[in-house]
Design a protein around this ligand. Sequence first.
Ligand code: FE2
Length: 200
Amino acid sequence: MKKVREKNEYEGNPVGLSKETATAMAKELDRHLASFIVLYHQYHKHHWLVEGPQFRDLHLFFEEHYNEIHEQYDAIAERLTVMGYCPTCHPANQLKIAYLEHEEEGEFRIREMLNKDMDDEKSIAVELRKSIKKAFEMEDFATKSLLEGILLKTEDRCHHIEHFLGEDGLSIGLIAKPSDIMEDGGAEESKSKGKKKAKA
Ligand SMILES: [Fe+2]
């Protein structure tokens, strides 16, 4: 196959962005694209492996996240083509420029998996803010606006994971003794359990 264009070849853009701005912002967008794809795979993994009493909620929660991430990195890649550049498409090359790392193979406790997702969302938020600042300084207002929208949703995802990791919940009785959560130290509960036992 004969290549029409090399990966880093600039083809110009029809929207009046200078080559300097297009080149700088395309580089920013490319590393976000690569990192979002890492998180996309990770959410799939967690969607497949989650189990336990909250299986269905979490299974669907992860699915919502990978769908949203997919829409976002698609918009990032398309913006990159507006700039006159070719997005990094090969997975091995994406890994070289991503600022997120893939989770190791194998299964982990659900809280650990959620913690890794939350940390990664936080890293994305931090990196997006840097690119938004740069886009503003270079007067690339459309990229700034695109990334701001993505940042808002990223912060929402991060916050929702934090809620899943909260310590309160209906399942607390499964992991704590009544004395840990009841003012009377669980005396009432012990009494009623005793009665049931006596009846049986
Ligand atoms: Fe599925």
